[in-house]
Design a protein around this ligand. Structure first.
Ligand SMILES: Cc1ncc(COP(=O)(O)O)c(C=O)c1O
Length: 399
């Protein structure tokens, strides 16, 4: 090897700025234990335990059988973009056109593409804590700087216009909001959400609204920040079919926003994935354009599962938890157990829960808080009961 080759570094600075997604890392660890035949109570993965509804699967099979298997327009066929904007218009009274919509291989890619086209080196992005793990890495990968705004658990992780206003600087380019929240399940009251979006609009800041759990809000009122159509110029909706229709493996997501931004995201996509699978596009039309009864059925089940977990937590002295109002996560506070049994951090707690109690959880640190663990309750009632039993025994024995 010549000395010139030896001194040339292999990996870019930007790939070294980010970590493997914490949730994917824990899933990999859990898979190893499962492969050894260990029976896990698995609350790790953030995905529905339901099967994809049959009419969606049928549409995909029909697409294959009718040879709808070629490249399509990069941003998605007109019919899938029409189905997305129609669904959004009917549910949230928005007025997007198909040209203001790009269909991507998952909501995560839509977020990534939005960050790529909007965030330049040194731009600041405001992110309330706790936050979904990928925001930090995506923003840092594209060269932006995260400005975290701490919220209070006592106030149900609420973020207000005043809190955001205090974090704005001349370098602020965007804010990322995610309600219902992964990891806490919290929802921002509509007026708070609208106040923040109005503030963004006034200041020329882009509101990136990650609404991937928008249909999994439990208290009746399902709303999107994009309903504030007068602020449309600064709103980008980042949506996903993954959780709404139990389609995580299909990779179906989208963005709605100003034509210039959507056009740039499509241009970027034209040089990376090109179109999302043609088959998935057809299946997505079936999901979006037919009865939404399946979504309501799944939502009802999540509410029951949430209540079951919270009832279980009540039987564990020292464990406290806010009541999630959506998504399918609980984010209990474990501070009363830190310092016991050689466990000093949430990461150590998650590691011990996995290795000793065979419970899969995700520690709070990658979500930006130090005293929590996240459990996904998109599992069967049996898994919840088994997991609670193990958690009670493990935490009860900590000294
Ligand atoms: C808050 C949030 N946003 C976006 C996504 C991305 O979902 P997908 O890429 O499966 O559409 C997830 C997935 O876990 C999520 O929890």
């Amino acid at each position: 090897m010549s000395s010139a080759t030896a001194s040339r570094k292999v990996l870019t600075d930007r790939i070294n700025r980010i970590e493997v997604s914490a949730t994917m890392a824990i899933t990999a660890e859990a898979l190893k234990l499962k492969a050894q035949g260990i029976d896990l109570a698995d609350f790790g993965a953030g995905e529905p335990h339901f099967s994809t509804p049959q009419h969606i699967k049928d549409a995909a099979i029909e697409a294959i059988n009718s040879n709808f298997t070629r490249y399509t327009a990069v941003a998605g066929i007109p019919q899938v973009r029409q189905a997305i904007v129609d669904r959004h218009a009917s549910d949230f009274k928005t007025n997007y056109t198909p040209e203001e919509c790009v269909f991507s291989a998952g909501g995560k890619l839509a977020i990534f593409n939005a960050a790529e086209v909007l965030i330049d080196h040194g731009d600041e992005v405001i992110i309330p804590t706790p936050f979904w793990v990928s925001y930090k890495d995506i923003v840092e990968f594209v060269g932006g700087k995260c400005v975290f705004v701490e919220t209070s658990e006592a106030d149900n992780f609420r973020v207000t216009k005043e809190m955001i206003e205090a974090a704005i600087t001349p370098k602020t380019k965007a804010i990322i909001l995610n309600f219902p929240s992964n990891p806490s399940g919290a929802i921002l009251p509509k007026e708070d959400l609208f106040d923040i979006i109005r503030l963004c609009h006034e200041r020329g800041i882009y509101a990136l609204l990650d609404e991937c759990y928008v249909y999994l809000a439990f208290d009746g009122d399902i709303y999107s920040g994009a309903s504030l159509t007068e602020c449309k110029e600064h709103i980008i909706v980042l949506g996903s079919l993954s959780k709404t229709y139990a389609m995580t493996g299909w990779r179906a997501g989208f963005a709605l926003g100003p034509k210039q931004i959507i056009g740039a995201m499509s241009k970027l996509q034209s040089q990376s994935t090109s179109n999302t699978s043609s088959i998935v596009q057809r299946a997505s039309i079936a999901a979006l354009a037919s009865s939404q009864e399946c979504v309501a059925v799944m939502r009802e089940d999540y509410i029951k599962l949430r209540d079951r977990v919270l009832e279980g937590f009540k039987t564990i002295p020292g464990l406290t938890c806010t009541v999630p109002q959506g998504a399918f996560y609980v984010y209990p506070n474990i501070k009363n157990f830190l310092g016991k049994g050689g466990i000093n951090t949430a990461s150590e707690m998650a590691a011990k829960l996995l290795s000793e109690a065979h419970i899969v959880t995700v520690p709070g640190e990658p979500f930006g808080t130090k005293e929590h663990i996240r459990l996904s309750y998109a599992v069967s009632a049996d898994v919840i009961d088994k997991g609670i039993e193990r958690l009670r025994t493990f935490l009860g024995n900590l000294k």
